[in-house]
Design a binder for this molecule. Structure first.
Ligand SMILES: Nc1nc2c(ncn2[C@@H]2O[C@H](COP(=O)(O)OP(=O)(O)OP(=O)(O)O)[C@@H](O)[C@H]2O)c(=O)[nH]1
Ligand SMILES: [Mg+2]
Ligand SMILES: [Zn+2]
Length: 289
């Protein structure tokens, strides 16, 4: 029987199959090979006499993300709140770099526009100007911009990712048309989410569209690339290739740098560039093992 893993908790998995959702365990062979089934995986399930299942095969994955740890997402929506909690645009850029590495197209979604000022929205727009990323300002609460957002989900497997308390689960419930996912208030003093969602979960919207709800995260390391490769994952730096005076230009302090020129003319936003420098130095200074 074929199925798709929609949830995994402590070594137990739930696979959506033609016979409904079945509780499954992975075959021992996976652990031996160091393979772990992920939420989103398409799997072959052998039905056991007690009605539970054994995952005997994991089908080829279209994509694998490490944070959130999900398989087969074909699109990501990075969700932040416009102002409560305050968006961390550095975290956003780290996420975007990782999505570029994973080859998963990403839409930026800023939620809670109902409690946002025009200034806050402008600052965010400017922060990503030139990047080419699509940005949506929505209110899940007032259902503003959400019908348009739902259209983007058609035929895709969309992963919602972002910090705790920004409204991912609220949005998933709205998109999926049920109150399946639990939502939580912000803590009042520090305006931060309370990590209400603890496990990634995949919900079916229709036969071809799925949406992942995932736990919020607060940090994100860019792993698996050299500092010199970082610029490859900034769409707005791509047309600078080969145009700097020095090959191997870090785009930080060299003369005649095509990237620095674009920063100067405002074609690369200061926010995106400053985050580039920060991540670049971080990779450069990381201890090599
Ligand atoms: N004002 C306003 N509040 C919203 C909106 N969307 C969600 N909220 C509130 O934000 C809080 C957090 O929502 P959740 O959906 O639980 O947030 P989450 O991103 O799933 O958080 P974690 O599961 O902890 O990662 C709840 O109190 C929601 O009611 C919105 O559009 N406007
Ligand atoms: Mg949640
Ligand atoms: Zn350069």
């Amino acid at each position: 029987m074929q199925g798709r893993i929609v949830k995994g908790v402590g070594g137990l998995y739930f696979a959506d199959t033609e016979n409904g959702v079945i509780e499954c365990k992975p075959k021992g062979i996976f652990r031996k090979d160091g393979v772990k089934p992920l939420v989103g995986d398409r799997v072959t399930v052998d039905l056991l006499p007690d009605g539970t299942g054994l995952i005997s095969e994991i089908l080829k994955r279209d994509s694998v993300l490490i944070r959130p740890e999900v398989a087969n997402a074909t699109q990501a929506m990075l969700v932040f709140a416009v102002n409560a909690p305050k968006p961390n645009l550095n975290l956003a850029d780290r996420f975007l770099v990782n999505m570029e590495m994973a080859g998963v197209p990403t839409v930026l979604v800023f939620n809670k526009s109902d409690i946002a000022s025009a200034d806050e929205i402008k600052t965010i727009k400017n922060g990503f100007s030139g990047s080419g990323y699509e940005i949506r300002f929505i209110s899940a609460k007032k259902e503003e911009g959400t019908a348009e957002l739902k259209k983007l989900l058609k035929g895709k497997i969309t992963v919602l990712a972002g910090p705790s308390g920004v409204g991912k689960s609220t949005l998933v419930n709205l998109m999926q048309g049920s109150r399946k996912m639990e939502t939580g208030e912000l803590s009042e003093k520090i305006m931060r989410g309370k990590n209400t969602t603890r496990h990634s979960e995949l919900l079916r919207i229709d036969d071809t569209s799925w949406i992942f709800d995932t736990p919020g995260f607060t940090s994100f390391d860019v792993m698996g690339i050299e500092a010199g490769e970082l610029c490859h994952y900034y769409p707005e730096m791509r047309d600078c290739y080969g145009k700097c005076r020095f090959t191997g230009c870090s785009h930080i302090s060299e003369p005649d740098c095509a990237v620095l020129k674009k920063v100067k003319t405002g074609h690369i936003s200061k926010n995106r560039y400053d985050n580039y420098v920060m991540i670049y130095n971080e990779i450069k200074n990381r201890r090599k093992y």
